[in-house]
Design a protein around this ligand. Structure first.
Ligand SMILES: C[S@@+](CC[C@H](N)C(=O)[O-])C[C@H]1O[C@@H](n2cnc3c(N)ncnc32)[C@H](O)[C@@H]1O
Length: 371
């Protein structure tokens, strides 16, 4: 993909909106040493330079390489003491910021891939630390994550039948819902045959099992999965072409996977969903915790996307302190960027009705223009 020559701004001083303020307790920035801050600023400047030069931010190779090491950690075949490594934005291999992970010492954790947006990588404040511990600009890291055990215990008890009942209740009423009518009217009016959509790849649609817990009435995740299913069926009906339904969500429980598979949804284990996105893909994502827009923009030019509406310009936002003195980050987890804005210029943007927009967390529909 061509990424060079776009107007650049000092990304680190901005963010797209304030949907997801994140508070960092205490005075994180305040207790960092001057040397560390300086080093971090240099990496941020280097990230900006490489972005301006048009270097890829995320590549298939970076993802596949990190995944290979995560697979070894999970299988217990990573030699003890082996240093983990990641491919930097300059294509050079660097030590992973966490050089070593020993899962025997962290039995409640799983290895995960983290993705850092260009907005955070170029943050000059030094308050984001994607590259600490590394000598290079490394947009992908290998880390570990754990879930709150009381939450896991509660949701693990939810049976597949209960998940199916929660999801089916939403599916049954979905055709009468404004969100579906709004999405459907866009696809009904579009020339779909030229797009040759053969799969929908969805990212971060949430955890249906959580919404099957007793007393939970709000079911955004079930609704978003209902959308995936209804949209795939509509595309099949309109084009006569088989459309695969694929969903990547690291927090699915076995019950979620079982219920989704029974409804013809393929579960893409992280981060394989990203590697499946190509020019015949419709991407669906709602408020994901990873920078899906930026990752997809680097990897492919999909047939279409349903994702957060891309504002033509960035709104400048600054870090600020809450009343306890903690820093509030201006960065959201799935921000747009100059390259995302450049990508969507090649797409027709369709606005959803206000209710549908709100239910899908500010989403719009993008369909690729004729090239
Ligand atoms: C804020 S929640 C939104 C969930 C749902 N879309 C909703 O609107 O309620 C963000 C979701 O992103 C998911 N997520 C985190 N990392 C991901 C990854 N690498 N791939 C796909 N989804 C991911 C999280 O597990 C979580 O369910």
């Amino acid at each position: 993909m061509e990424h060079g020559g776009q107007p650049q701004s000092r990304l680190g001083e901005e963010a797209t909106d304030d949907r997801e303020p994140r508070s960092f307790p205490g005075h994180f920035w305040d207790w960092l040493g001057e040397e560390t801050k300086q080093r971090q600023r240099q990496l941020a400047i280097r990230a900006q330079e490489m972005y301006d030069e048009g270097r890829p931010l995320f590549t298939r190779e970076m993802i596949a390489d990190a995944q290979r090491q995560i697979d070894q950690l999970q299988a217990g075949t990573m030699p003890p003491g082996k240093t983990l490594s990641v491919i930097g934005m300059d294509g050079v291999r660097y030590d992973n910021p966490r050089r070593e992970i020993d899962l025997r010492k962290e039995p409640d954790h799983v290895p995960v891939m983290t993705f850092t947006s260009i907005n955070s990588l170029t943050d000059l404040s030094g308050r984001v630390y994607p590259c600490y511990g590394s000598d290079g600009v490394v947009p992908i890291n290998i880390a570990t994550a754990s879930s709150d055990s009381s939450y896991v215990e509660r949701v693990e008890k939810v049976t597949a039948d209960q998940v199916a009942a929660a999801l089916d209740a939403v599916i049954d009423s979905f055709s009468g819902r404004e969100t579906w009518r709004s999405v459907k009217s866009i696809f009904d009016g579009a020339d779909l045959s030229r797009l040759e959509i053969d799969k929908i790849v969805a990212f971060g649609l949430g955890v249906p099992a959580r919404e099957a817990l007793p007393g939970v009435a709000d079911r955004p995740s079930c609704m978003q999965h209902a959308l995936l299913l209804a949209l795939a069926a509509l595309l099949e009906e309109k084009t006569g072409r088989r459309v695969r339904r694929i969903a990547q969500e690291p927090e699915y429980f076995d019950s979620c996977k079982q219920v989704l598979r029974a409804r013809d949804v393929e579960v893409a284990e992280p981060e394989t969903g990203f590697l499946l996105v190509d020019e015949k893909t419709l991407v669906l994502t709602v408020a994901c915790n990873v920078p899906v827009m930026q990752i997809v923009t680097e990897l492919a030019r999909p047939a279409g996307m349903i994702w957060a509406r891309v504002e033509p310009d960035e709104k400048p936002r600054q870090w600020w302190r809450d009343e306890d003195g903690g820093w509030i980050s201006p960065h959201i987890t799935d921000p747009s960027s100059p390259r995302v804005r450049e990508l969507v210029k090649g797409y027709t943007e369709y606005t959803l009705t206000p209710i549908a927009t709100a239910e899908l967390c500010g989403s719009a529909v993008y369909l690729r223009k004729e090239s």
